[in-house]
Structures are given as C-alpha cells and as structure tokens.
Write a protein that binds this ligand. Structure first.
Ligand code: HPA
Length: 285
C-alpha cells in the first residue's frame, strides 16, 4: 500500500467517524440528490443536518444551486442519509474526491445507494420532465475513479460491471411508479466530463454508442458504489433535449428550472420506492 492510499483510507475513516458520532443509527440508504432536486430532503423527519464543512476531509460544493450538506432522517419509515449537493469532476475535483462520500457511506455500513441527476434526453421519447430509470451507463468519457492502487478493503482490483444498476430495485421502482401514477422510462446514461454542454456531433456520436440520456455526474459515484458492493438505483430527471436535438441553445438556468418543476413527481416516486426498498445484500436480489 502506498502512503497516499493509507492517507486516503484514514481520511475516509475520520469522516465516517465524525458522521457516525452525530447519528442515532446507521442509515439504510444513502441518497444523492442532483441539480434542483433538493426538496426531497425536506421530507425527512427528525433530521440531523451536517454541513459538509463540519465533516473532516469532506469536499465542498461550488456550483450555484447545489447545497452542501448531509441530511439524515426518516422517510416512509426508513432511516436515510441524503447528500444535498454532490461533487463534480468539472468543478476541478479529482475522481477520488468526487467519490469520497461513497467510500465514507460504505465505511459507515450503508449498503444501498439511490442516485439522482438532471440529464439531457437523447432518445426521442425522453422529453423534458420525464423520469428515467438508469438501466446501464457508458463510462467511456469518465476517468475511472478506481484508477490507482486498489482499495482492497472495499473491493477487488478488477470489478465486474455487468449489472451496475440493481435489477430488483429497478423492478421495485417500476411498481412504485405505477402506484403513484408517475410515468417512468428506462434508459442508458452516458457520462460527459463537462462543464461545457455537449456539441451536437458529440450527441450524435454517443447516440450511436447506445446512449439515451447524457449528464455530468452519477457514473463515478456508481462505479465506486459497486466497487463497495452497494446496491444501486439511479434515476435521471430529463431537463432538456440534448444538444442539437432542439432549435435553441442549452442553458443552466433552464435545466435547473425544469428540474424544479418535475420535482414533485420525483419526490412522490422516491418516497414510494423507499417505502418498499428491500434488498438481500448477500444475493443482491
Ligand atoms: N448535458 C449534460 N448534462 C446535463 C444536461 C445535458 O444536456 N442536462 C442536464 N445535465
């Protein structure tokens, strides 16, 4: 083990201990909220709120519209830990910082991750306001967060990525969507580094590789969560048509506004999903 790895592990442990000291118990699910999707955290009962600044070694958010705090609380009878504000590669963080919280959650003993994001829709039916369950992703453009010495305490050097997004959780989410009468699609999410939006040529290119939606987050966190053997469910909120698929240009204010408008659906859906969230972590089913 290199010194660097030892330091990183120590930093993870310090952060995990500081969080653990503030919580009444270990949360069942960690939830990462994407751009404009913050209000789900307001639904948490008896919240314990931790500013990222209070957590040793935790990175800080820099994007407007992204807050920086952890909210632990009970939603639909389940004790969850919500990350309000995530870290993006485009902000200048290294991938080990982007994915630091995931390692901390794993260290805390959390075995499930629900990750949400705002995304551009590529497939014709993925119009703004649509919710999409992520069935798989394209990480070609994502520098691997697992590069470097392997963290053996978390997982193996060569981690299988056949089923990144948990099938049992996807079925459960589809049932939940039926119950709350929120239309839901499924699709493949492609990572772009950002911060600039994609060009129409890039969108055409990634479309031929199989992408249905595109965004600048989620894939690094999910890869690390799988390395830690967490069960992952991913939901994209389509905020805009991807570049070149509409007449206009893309702008961040519209993306955030669109996310806020569709948020009621997402909150209703996520609450219903949490209610039924039940996974056997030994089998992943
Ligand atoms: N591209 C990349 N990231 C995004 C988009 C997009 O079109 N919409 C929301 N996040």
């Amino acid at each position: 083990m290199t010194i660097h790895t030892e330091q990183y592990l120590q930093q993870i442990d310090q952060a995990a201990s500081a969080i653990r000291a503030k919580l009444p118990s270990i949360p069942d699910i960690a939830i990462i909220l994407g751009s404009g999707l913050g209000p789900l955290a307001d639904k948490a009962k008896d919240p314990v709120i931790l500013d990222y600044k209070e957590i040793p070694n935790f990175p800080q958010s820099t994007v407007v519209g992204h807050e920086g705090r952890l909210v632990a609380g009970t939603i639909e009878g389940t004790f969850v830990l919500i990350m309000k504000g995530r870290f993006h590669y485009y902000e200048g963080y290294e991938m080990e910082q982007v994915t630091f919280p995931i390692r901390v959650f794993a260290r805390l003993g959390i075995r499930s991750l629900l990750v949400t994001n705002a995304a551009g829709g590529i497939r014709e039916d993925l119009k703004p306001g649509t919710l999409m369950l992520i069935t798989d992703h394209l990480s070609y453009l994502c520098p691997s967060p697992l590069r470097g010495p392997n963290l053996d305490t978390f997982g193996p050097r060569f981690k299988d990525m056949t089923q990144v997004y948990n099938k049992t959780l996807i079925s459960l989410a589809k049932k939940a969507a039926d119950t709350v009468k929120v239309p839901i699609k499924e699709g493949i999410y492609a990572f772009f580094r950002g911060p600039q939006y994609e060009t129409p040529a890039e969108i055409r290119g990634i479309k031929t590789l199989g992408a249905d939606a595109v965004g600048m987050s989620t894939v690094p966190e999910t890869i690390v969560a799988r390395h830690c053997d967490m069960a992952v469910l991913g939901i994209s909120l389509i905020t805009n048509k991807a570049a070149g698929l509409n007449d206009g240009e893309l702008n961040h204010a519209e993306v955030t506004q669109s996310a806020q408008q569709a948020e009621r659906n997402l909150v209703a859906l996520v609450k219903e999903i949490i209610k039924d969230w039940n996974i056997d972590h030994d089998t992943g089913m």
